[in-house]
Write a protein that binds this ligand. Structure first.
Ligand SMILES: NC(=O)c1ccc[n+]([C@@H]2O[C@H](COP(=O)([O-])OP(=O)(O)OC[C@H]3O[C@@H](n4cnc5c(N)ncnc54)[C@H](OP(=O)(O)O)[C@@H]3O)[C@@H](O)[C@H]2O)c1
Length: 267
């Protein structure tokens, strides 16, 4: 109960990684604003699970690619919670809305990637800082490898948007440091019980096998609870000197060198 009585808003917490973050924060004593875009039943289910953990919360709908929705979401949080101690920007649009090789991509897909990540974070940080006492916590859920690499072609716009998100973490970290508000990113590796579970079963299994084969050193995919634990750690008072960083919660996957076959690397 290290975070007893705090209030958090987590975008995209109706399911997947966002739900894992909501439940871990609830276990630490945090009241949770469960945000969703269209899946109200799933959001209600997350909230019920939050309440089972002895804290309270609310559900709030918004499309984070729409600035007016973001304002409405924070106004609702202000009206119900009165303040906000933790803001986690986690929502990501549905795959068909942005997943396309760059040469075939529509402007709508490109804009959706940037509007839902960089612009939504830009607006969300400024809105949340308005409601935050000194010492608050702001966390972006990113995928940093995709901002640095270029091989996963249909991820091009989202990769570039995640790079912008990572950069904004650093700039906002400096902007808010004097108030003791930390701004960090958490970068999951491939995570079970998330969007990946919507892939064809053989594709999902291939990804799982790949990570278990050693490309994730701990030998497994992540879980939403793993990412929730990383976020909860950053929210603790003891993490007040960590800001402007991207924490890879990925079982070591991001430190693997893809140049040589695994068998050679493992000796
Ligand atoms: N899954 C992975 O392996 C993985 C790896 C690295 C990083 N990540 C990052 O982790 C985050 C969560 O990923 P996930 O796989 O857990 O996602 P997910 O299961 O697909 O859930 C997406 C969430 O975002 C919401 N959402 C979708 N479009 C939205 C929009 N336009 N505005 C507001 N909310 C919207 C959904 O709400 P509804 O339920 O209402 O539709 C849902 O709550 C993302 O930022 C992703 O890039 C994921």
């Amino acid at each position: 109960m290290a975070l007893q009585g705090k209030h958090a808003l987590i975008t995209g917490s109706s399911r997947g990684i966002g739900r894992g973050i909501a439940l871990k924060l609830a276990e630490s004593g945090v009241n949770v604003g469960v945000h969703y875009r269209q899946n109200e039943a799933a959001a209600n289910d997350t909230l019920a699970k939050v309440r089972e953990r002895g804290v309270d919360g609310l559900t709030v709908q918004a499309d984070v690619s729409r600035p007016e929705d973001i304002s409405r979401m924070f106004n609702r949080v202000q009206a119900e919670f009165g303040k906000l101690d933790i803001f986690v920007s986690n929502a990501r649009p549905e795959i068909p809305e942005f997943y396309q090789p760059l040469m075939d991509m529509t402007l709508e897909q490109y804009d959706m990637a940037f509007d839902s990540q960089a612009k939504a974070f830009f607006l969300g940080v400024r809105e949340s800082a308005r409601l935050m006492p000194d010492g608050g916590r702001i966390i972006a859920v990113t995928y940093s490898p995709s901002g640095r690499t270029g091989s996963w072609q249909p991820w091009g716009a989202m990769g570039a948007a995640k790079a912008a998100l990572d950069s904004l973490c650093r700039y906002f970290a400096v902007a808010l440091a004097k108030r003791g508000i930390t701004v960090n990113g958490v970068s999951p590796g491939a995570t079970d019980d998330s969007v990946l579970n919507g892939l064809p079963p053989e594709v999902f299994q291939a990804i799982k096998d790949w990570h278990e084969s050693g490309w994730t050193p701990v030998g497994r995919m992540g879980t939403p609870a793993d990412i929730g634990n990383a976020v909860a750690l950053l929210c603790m008072e003891e993490a007040s000197f960590i800001t402007g960083q991207i924490i890879h919660a990925d079982g070591g996957g991001s430190i693997m060198d893809p140049v040589f076959p695994l068998a050679i690397q493992q000796g």
